[in-house]
Ligand binder design. Structure first.
Ligand code: FAD
Length: 199
C-alpha cells in the first residue's frame, strides 16, 4: 500500500468562500517576502499540483439556527473569510443585520473593499465600515478596536474576527469591553496549529 506523505511545512489559511455544493474551496493568499509556503502557492503552484489540506479548525462558522445580528472585524486578507461569511448569510436568505469593520493602514491597502461595497449596495441588511490608520477614507480614521468601542451597542451580536493575530487579540478585548460574552466571539485559532505527526 502506498505510504501517505505529509508536507514538511504547514500554514493555516482561512476559507475565502462560503461552502459550495460542488465542494470547491477558495483561498486568498498574499505572497510574503521570503515566505516558504505563500510564495510557492502564489508564484509556483500550477493546475494539477497536489496540495494536502489538514482538518479545518476554529469556530468561524455562522449559526443558521438563530437570527442574531452579526458583527465582523476583518484586517488585511482577513477580509476574505469575512466576505465568505457575508456570502453564507446571503445564500441562506437571512436578512439579519450584519456590520463589517474592515481595517488597514490606508484605504488603498483595504483588501477587497470594492467587493464589500458592492455587496453593501446589493444587501440592505449589510453595513460596511472601513477603518484606516491614516490618509483619506470613506470611513473612519483609527484602529478597528477603538472604532468598535466608539460605536455600537454590540452586546447582542455574534462576533467574528479574522486577520493578523494582534488585531484578533485587541479586537477580542474591545468586544469583551463592549459586553459580548466570550462564547459569542468567534475567530480562527491565533496559536500555532498542532500538525499531523506532532500530536
Ligand atoms: C488562523 C490563520 C489564518 C490565516 N489565513 C491566511 C489567509 O487566508 N491568507 C494569507 O495569505 N495568510 C493567512 N495566514 C498567514 C499564513 O498562515 C502564513 O503565515 C503566511 O502565508 C506566511 O507563510 P510563509 O510560509 O509564506 O512565510 P514564512 O516562511 O513562515 O515566513 C517568512 C518570513 O515572513 C514573515 N512573515 C510571515 N507571515 C507574515 C505576514 N503575514 N506578513 C508579513 N511578514 C510575514 C516571517 O516572520 C518570516 O520572516 C493565516 C494565519 C493564521 C494564523
Amino acid at each position: 500500500m502506498e505510504t501517505p506523505w505529509w508536507p514538511r511545512v504547514w500554514r493555516p489559511y482561512s476559507f475565502a468562500s462560503a461552502p459550495r455544493p460542488d465542494g470547491l474551496l477558495t483561498f486568498h493568499v498574499r505572497a510574503v517576502r521570503a515566505g516558504w509556503v505563500s510564495r510557492a502557492l502564489v508564484h509556483r503552484a500550477e493546475p494539477g499540483d497536489v496540495l494536502r489540506l489538514g482538518a479545518p479548525a476554529g469556530t468561524t462558522t455562522v449559526d443558521h439556527t438563530t437570527h442574531t445580528a452579526l458583527l465582523c472585524l476583518g484586517g488585511g486578507t482577513g477580509m476574505a473569510p469575512v466576505r465568505a461569511l457575508v456570502e453564507d448569510v446571503a445564500e441562506h436568505g437571512d436578512r439579519r443585520r450584519v456590520d463589517v469593520f474592515c481595517g488597514a493602514r490606508s484605504e488603498r491597502d483595504l483588501y477587497d473593499l470594492d467587493a464589500m461595497l458592492r455587496l453593501q449596495r446589493t444587501y440592505p441588511w449589510l453595513a460596511v465600515h472601513p477603518v484606516v490608520a491614516a490618509g483619506p477614507t470613506r470611513g473612519r480614521t483609527g484602529e478597528i478596536p477603538e472604532a468598535v468601542r466608539e460605536t455600537g451597542p454590540w452586546n447582542e451580536r455574534d462576533a467574528y474576527l479574522a486577520g493578523p493575530p494582534g488585531m484578533i487579540r485587541s479586537g477580542v478585548r474591545a468586544l469583551r469591553d463592549a459586553g459580548l460574552p466570550q462564547e459569542r466571539i468567534h475567530h480562527d485559532p491565533v496559536e500555532e496549529p498542532v500538525l499531523p505527526g506532532q500530536g
